[in-house]
Design a binder for this molecule. Structure first.
Ligand SMILES: [Ca+2]
Ligand SMILES: [Ca+2]
Length: 213
């Protein structure tokens, strides 16, 4: 019996040692209430901190070539695709529903099935309203897990496509902010928040905003 218990203990220890978990970016947990910057997703790589459709960063280092500008090279070796808001009619265009600051990093090139983890520190147990700063080339669906369990129904991100805009690529740059996508009760403490791209994709996410209801 003793040997059996010892074996079980060894098995448990080795499982724990082999378990890889995602960790906060720059060892700094983002806070709720507050803004969760989507580009500050966890470290740990593909399958641990995120799942992305391809292993290259289609923004940093590609669309935005390496040139010494940190906005061009942000997390460029990781699979999650990142760009930033630009002037010259790109992200400050007349079809925005909200005023946009330039040089704001965001996660883009989203595809169904992708997910991203965020280590968060929740400073008070409360019901939080969830806001999102985003663009959507068509109606998209996202969902959220907290510590691996769904915390909200699947959520529709309304399209910001506008046929008045004849610049085809700019259909991915019409920014909007929703302040009350859903309400989520979250307990005080350290949690892992997971953003899932459920359907359509083609959305850009600058930040999530959690405010007390
Ligand atoms: Ca990618
Ligand atoms: Ca951002």
């Amino acid at each position: 019996m003793k040997n059996y218990t010892l074996l079980l203990t060894l098995f448990a220890v080795s499982c724990t040692a082999g378990l890889k978990i995602s960790k906060s970016f720059n060892k700094q947990k983002q806070q709720i209430p507050g803004r969760i910057e989507c580009e500050y997703y966890d470290t740990g790589g593909e399958g641990i901190a995120y799942h992305d459709a391809d292993s290259i960063n289609n923004g940093s280092g590609k669309l935005n070539p390496v040139n010494g500008n940190p906005l061009h090279e942000f997390r460029m070796k990781e699979g999650v695709d990142i760009s930033y808001t630009k002037t010259g009619g790109i992200d400050n265009n007349p079809h925005n529903k909200v005023v946009r600051d330039s040089n704001q990093l965001y996660v883009g090139w989203t595809m169904p099935g992708e997910w991203i983890n965020y280590a968060v520190r929740v400073t008070e147990t409360a019901v939080y309203q969830l806001g999102v700063m985003y663009t959507a080339n068509g109606d998209g669906i996202i969902s959220f897990d907290l510590d691996g369990r769904p915390v909200a129904p699947q959520l529709k991100i309304s399209s910001t496509y506008n046929s008045q805009d004849t610049v085809a690529w700019r259909q991915w740059h019409h920014w909007n902010k929703t302040d009350s996508l859903t309400s989520i009760k979250i307990r005080k403490g350290i949690h892992t928040l997971t953003l899932h791209i459920v359907d359509h994709g083609q959305m850009n996410f600058d930040y999530l905003e959690f405010t007390r209801k």
